[in-house]
Each structure stands twice: as C-alpha cells, then as structure tokens.
Design a protein around this ligand. Sequence first.
Ligand code: NAP
Length: 295
Amino acid sequence: MRRRKSREDRKDLFALFGNPVAQSLSPLMHHAAYGAMGLEARYEAFQAGGPEEIVRLIRERDIRGASVTIPFKTAVMPFLDEVAEDARIIGAVNTIRNRGGRLEGFNTDWLGLTRSLGEHLNVRGRRFAVIGAGGAARAAVFGIARGGGLPVVYCRNAETGRALSRDLGCLSLPLSRLQTAQAYGLINATPVGMAGGEGQSPVDPGVLRCFDWVMDMIYNPLQTRLLRDAEAAGCGVINGLSMFVHQGAEQIRIWTGIEPPVDVMALAVRAELVRRGGVPGEGETGQPEKRHGAF
Ligand code: NAP
C-alpha cells in the first residue's frame, strides 16, 4: 500500500544551496513570507558539495525554486538549461526556477541592490565607487549602470578587476586609489567587516568624507565598522538588510508569480539579527532616522 503524503510532503519545496549555509537567514525570511502569503510551502537549506549535486537534488526532490549562494553562483551556470541575460552578463546565478525539470537561472542581487539604493537616492548620472570584484560587485556594477549611474570598481586583485572591466565595460582601479575617487556613493562588496570580523573595515576612515552615501552590502552585523566610520564622517549610510530582503522578494516573484510581503520579511530578519546580537539599540547611532537604511 502506498504511504499517504504527509502535510509537510505536500508543501511546495524551495531551497537554499551553498557551503556553508548553517547561519543563513534565508530560511527564516522565506518562511516569514510564505506564512504571510498563506502559501503551503517550505524552504530548506542544503550544504552542497558541488553544482552537479545542486541540479541533481533540484530534479530528484522536485524543488520548485532554489537560492544559490557562495561558492556556487558561477559554478552552477553551465549545468542549467537556460540563463537569463542579466545573470549571464553578471556571470552569477543566485536563483534557479524549476519548470517541470527545466532549470532556469536568474540573478536577483542587482535588483536587490538598486531597490535598496533607490529607497534613499537617485543613481542616474552619479558616480559610485564599488569595492571588490566578486559576484556581488559585478551585480552592483550591472545594477548601477542599468540605472543610469557610473560605477567604478576598486579592488585588490588586478586580474579579477580586469575580467570585470572586460565583461561589464566599467573602469577598474587598484583599491589604493580610492582616495582619488570623486564619487557620490561608496559601496562595499567585500566580506570585510562581517560577523566574526567586526571591527574591520575595507577602507581608511579618512577617505569617507568624499562620499555623500556609503552602503555596506553586509547585513550581519547591520552596523559595520565601515558604516560607523561613514556616519562619523557625515555620510548617509545604508546597510545590506534591504538589499537582502529585496533580492529574496524577487526570488519569490520569480518562483510563484505572487507579490511577497517585503515588510514582513524585513521585520523577521531584523528580529533575528537583534536576537543574535547584531543590531544596535534604537538611538545608539546618534544620526537622524532618515539617514539610515529603510529597514
Ligand atoms: P566573493 O565573490 O567572494 O568576492 C569578494 C570580493 O571581496 C573579492 O573581490 C575579494 O578580492 C574581495 N576581498 C575579500 N577580502 C578583501 C580584503 N580584505 N580587502 C579587499 N578586498 C577583499 O563574494 P561576493 O559574493 O561578491 O560577496 C561579497 C559580500 O557581499 C559578502 O559580504 C556578501 O555577504 C555580501 N552580499 C550581500 C548581499 C545582500 O543581499 N545584502 C548579496 C550578495 C552578497 P579577492 O578576489 O582578491 O579575494
């Protein structure tokens, strides 16, 4: 006799693939969204061994949609049936949709970034210095250029900088030249300052006065050393929470076609960061509210 499917088994399955994934806030954020949307769905994190395993598991377990994170965003691309043009130009896929076994790759990081920036400022016609030359930096460059802005990359590795310049058609310079950047905004797309390395900043505080706005893609902790230094230098600051929420919200749109509750998702992530101790208490930053991230 065939076993009847349990209620859990009948739910649509979504997943995160990366390595490591244990500390990821994606499951919590997606479950908060599904609950508020009344979706019969669950989202599981898998520590994957490689891209072949990711595509095999998606097909075997009939996973409807997957988030892909470090270190598989580029490696998974050749294993997909189709890759959207923006993801192909950026060179990274962070989202997979499974249409009856046909796997399609997307990049929602660049949209997350531009929606987050758009909550505070207008990108069009303005120069942005992007630090780093990895997948997140490439997404930032693509998003800023798509929004009519002028991205310039500052990185420590000349070879990856050259590859980024070639693929995305933007100038890349050594990180040591950052003090000569005449830019409206600065965006940190390196992991420097993340939980575990709090207290570190990719940038000397002395250069921050030149920028009106400083964004850190890091969201754990929400207030990095870079953002504290930027506030002290009088810059507007944007943390990585809103980008994270918007990239996840776009994944849900791609997978379900339904509008996700962005505010609910942001609140859930913020509450978890507070629980983990990564968020300063109200008023500790000493800056007017409007100068901070929307979430
Ligand atoms: P990645 O592909 O590993 O790239 C990291 C980049 O940072 C590389 O160019 C690396 O240079 C550079 N870097 C690392 N340590 C550095 C240091 N000490 N000084 C200068 N440059 C350094 O990582 P990624 O996927 O681009 O992610 C970068 C950051 O963005 C991570 O913190 C990630 O959590 C964050 N992120 C946030 C969101 C969000 O939604 N908020 C989304 C995506 C990513 P080398 O090549 O020389 O190592």
